[in-house]
Unconditional design. Structure first.
Length: 78
């Protein structure tokens, strides 16, 4: 499996969106419920899950926290 095929590695907004959608469904949440828990709007959650590249990082981090996900930044050599 290449690094790009690893679902735990993020290379673009679409990968983050897909991970958020999977986690939301695992938690049995609707987009509306997730939006309420994260303090975000339904439209934001919808665009985030579709991989819209221009989203507010603070809101993305709030959504990740609600779902028990974390974002890790590592150097290119990792």
């Amino acid at each position: 499996m290449s690094a790009r095929d690893d679902p735990s590695r993020v290379f673009d907004a679409a990968t983050i969106g897909a991970a958020i959608r999977r986690a939301r469904k695992v938690h049995g949440l609707t987009q509306s419920q997730l939006a309420g828990l994260a303090g975000a709007g339904l439209r934001f959650i919808s665009e985030l899950e579709r991989g819209k590249p221009n989203v507010a990082l603070d809101k993305v981090l709030a959504v990740l926290a609600v779902l028990g996900l974390r974002l890790q930044v590592v150097g290119a050599e990792s």
